[in-house]
Design a protein around this ligand. Structure first.
Ligand SMILES: NC(=O)c1ccc[n+]([C@@H]2O[C@H](COP(=O)([O-])OP(=O)(O)OC[C@H]3O[C@@H](n4cnc5c(N)ncnc54)[C@H](O)[C@@H]3O)[C@@H](O)[C@H]2O)c1
Length: 341
């Protein structure tokens, strides 16, 4: 199969994950690199040994010159909308980093532009492609817990990034919680309807705004999802995928966000606390769908070749983003807020 010609925009830290991914190396030819800092494009050329590729600070000019099929957007969140709109205007499919956009109106504009152009715009939600979450969803789909009734997640890390996050507004909700909210929709097979959220900046925070938040979501089908998170919590960290407690009609699963599960199912009808027995969550997932950025990119490339819709297509991912923006609005107003796509 011929390789896909792509331009990558935003040559910072995360771009390494895209350029290093096996699926990019095997199936993509990088024909151009763009960054507002030209030195960042040169650093990638030196690091990856690219030859004969176009670099620049102006995306339109590089797209005119290279005419790629695909644009990979690894810019900062506020640049996702203009980058995607330009790429679609040039007839490219786009896969971009999370979060889809910095605002809901921009996200709606991007989804409308993709639809009008007849092109695919998908968002990187790499945590969907890990073995643990795929195995968990398979286990839930087989009815082991009965119907889910509530899901609780906790994200606690002390992360010293430096850079744009130090001064970003609503940093945890906008830049990180999108992963957890998208994971919640994925495992619960439910969408959010409303949220109450409290967000704060702890006194020892090295972030300017909002590294800690707690949120309660009412989901479809009467489900409840709660999130507690902080990027300012040093010691006893959770994984980057959160620690989870999933409660169903028949029992509970604890999941560390990686590949560690503990599941207890009710095993009797009597007693103040009913007896339970442990059940194994088999670590089974489709080989083609495990492995973060690599699998996310592979899935996107498969879809554009087949004309299929990727599972993180903008039309779906906007529902995860809507959870973020409703949580932000709730935090700002102090009120329960509807989650509107
Ligand atoms: N999926 C994940 O697990 C994950 C992890 C980290 C970061 N990210 C996301 O990746 C994106 C980039 O994050 P990062 O950590 O690489 O940031 P970064 O600051 O290291 O890199 C961003 C790059 O984009 C460039 N840039 C900014 N505005 C631009 C514009 N208008 N046009 C072209 N280039 C522009 C910057 O100069 C910089 O080189 C963010 O959306 C972030 O949320 C995702």
């Amino acid at each position: 199969m011929s390789k896909v010609r792509a331009v990558l925009v935003g040559c910072g830290g995360m771009a390494n994950g895209w350029l290093n991914a096996e699926s990019t190396k095997k199936r993509v030819v990088i024909v151009g690199l763009v960054d507002v800092r030209i030195e960042a494009t040169k650093a990638k050329i030196a690091r990856f040994g690219y030859e004969n590729i176009v670099t620049g600070t102006n995306l339109d000019a590089v797209l005119r010159e290279t005419k790629p099929e695909v644009v990979f957007d690894c810019t900062v969140p506020e640049a996702h909308c203009p980058t995607t709109l330009s790429a679609l205007k040039h007839g490219c499919h786009v896969m971009g980093e999370k979060p889809m956009s910095d605002t809901m109106p921009n996200a709606r504009r991007m989804a409308a532009a993709a639809s009008k152009a007849g092109k695919t715009y998908a968002v990187m939600q790499n945590r969907r492609y890990l073995t643990g979450i795929r195995a968990l969803r398979r286990f839930l789909d087989r009815g082991a817990l009965g119907k889910l009734v509530a899901v609780h997640s906790e994200f606690m890390l002390g992360a010293h990034f430096g850079g744009f996050r130090d001064i970003m507004e609503h940093v945890l909700l906008l830049d990180m919680a999108i992963h957890s909210f998208d994971q919640a929709r994925f495992v619960m097979r439910a969408d959010a309807q409303s949220v109450y959220c409290h967000e704060w900046t702890p006194r020892h925070s090295w972030y300017k705004h909002g590294p800690s938040a707690s949120a309660i979501f009412e989901m479809t089908d009467g489900l409840v999802y709660t999130y507690q998170g902080s990027w300012c919590a040093e010691g006893c960290p959770t994984t980057w995928q959160c620690s989870w407690r999933l409660i169903g009609e028949k029992g509970t699963i604890l999941w560390n966000g990686d590949e560690n599960f503990r599941c207890e199912i009710v095993a009797g009808n009597t007693g103040f606390v009913r007896p339970v027995k442990e059940k194994k969550v088999p670590l089974i997932c489709a080989k083609s769908l495990s492995g973060g950025h690599n699998s996310g990119i592979a899935h996107f490339l498969d879809c554009i070749r087949k004309g299929a819709v990727p599972e993180t297509d903008c039309t779906d991912n906007i529902k995860s983003l809507a959870m973020v923006h409703a949580a932000i609005k709730s935090a700002e107003t102090g009120k329960k807020t509807l989650v509107k796509v």
